[in-house]
Design a protein around this ligand. Sequence first.
Ligand code: PLP
Length: 427
Amino acid sequence: MNEKLMNEDLKYIFHPCTQMKDHEKLPLIPIKKGKGAYIFDFDGNRYLDCISSWWVNLFGHSNPYINSKIKEQIEELEHVIFAGFTHKPAIDLARRLVGITPEPLKKVFFADNGSSAIEIALKMSFQYFKNRDESRPIFVSLKNSYHGETMGALAVSDTGLYKDVYSDILLKTIQAKSPSLVDEDEAISDMKDIFLMHKGKIASVVIEPLVQCAGSMKMYNPSYISKLRALCDEMGVFLIADEVAVGFGRTGSMFACEQAGVSPDFLCLSKGITGGYMPLSVVLFTEDIYNAFYCDYSEGKSFLDSHSYTGNTLACAVANAVLDIFENENIIEKNREKIALLNELLKPLEKLKNVKEVRQRGMICAIELQGYDAKQRVGLKFFQEALKKGIYIRPLGDVIYFMPPYIITKEEIKKMVGVVEELLLVM
Ligand SMILES: Cc1ncc(COP(=O)(O)O)c(C=O)c1O
């Protein structure tokens, strides 16, 4: 059955982030069902989903509580236009998100994927100044950053693999030195130089707090964020925190910015927000930003961004269910033991000759390999070999990483790390 479905798929579908020709040799795996931390194919094989299906799944596949909430909601209302109408799941979600994010964030704008959330934050930060008769056409981000694939999000990204081919048609933006690659003070000083050189022209700076996930899971300390916050305040530039990947507990705290004790002006959230069930994203921002758009329609200062599925009712209901689980099951606290176990199990890997560095921040772990030729595509080999042992990983180049669902058990963590360790010894 796997093979029949694979062939039919390949006849019609162009998959994301995939060179389709690879599938001449590499089998595409049709998945029949998911349960807990596992996904199952049509030939009866099961795979431990060690990357939470692209970092979205928090509480397992086919989670009974989330399933019950989505069923409840679908009997009432699946979706309704979100301009001129509203619904309770969205109102509840907005209130709850404002309640658990830093104090200055008071308002919520909905979208349906991480890239769109970034577009919204960029557009709003630009228009905020425009509405005050200031032109600030420059956005700054960090080297090695990744903020999504739509044109604006790609323009503030720095991952050449995805961006370079489009460079002729992208908005020109500036990438400052990243604290994940250079010393923190050097990175701040570079940012300051950029701010001074383009004084009065920069609308916002966008960062991935603590972990640059698609950028090989490179990590940095919260102190950089505090320093950047102070610099943004001094220079009157908005700070956008892209917590699309790191929000909802990934770095050990509910939101990564918490660890720096600061609030961004815009907070972008997606991925884990629905526990991997539905496409949804939100941008939270301050009352001051909201007020910059609040005026008579005739003044022409409205923020008229929209997507058909903005504020989708089912997605909001699911997001509320996810927040219920966080609250009722004390997830952040419970994850601490798993984070410590991962740390303990990963330590010995640092000594292996083909391991350059082991990195961990909360429930994100990365093992950077060394000594392989890029043409060998060693990550792909790890993926294939791990899969044979029931472990699903999707390395980023020569970086193997784990971002498991929070329901993963200690035994499963041991299995996951154990399989990769075995492979490291033989490959
Ligand atoms: C930090 C970050 N921002 C934005 C995005 C884009 O989100 P989406 O893939 O939902 O458009 C991603 C996706 O991986 C991400 O990691």
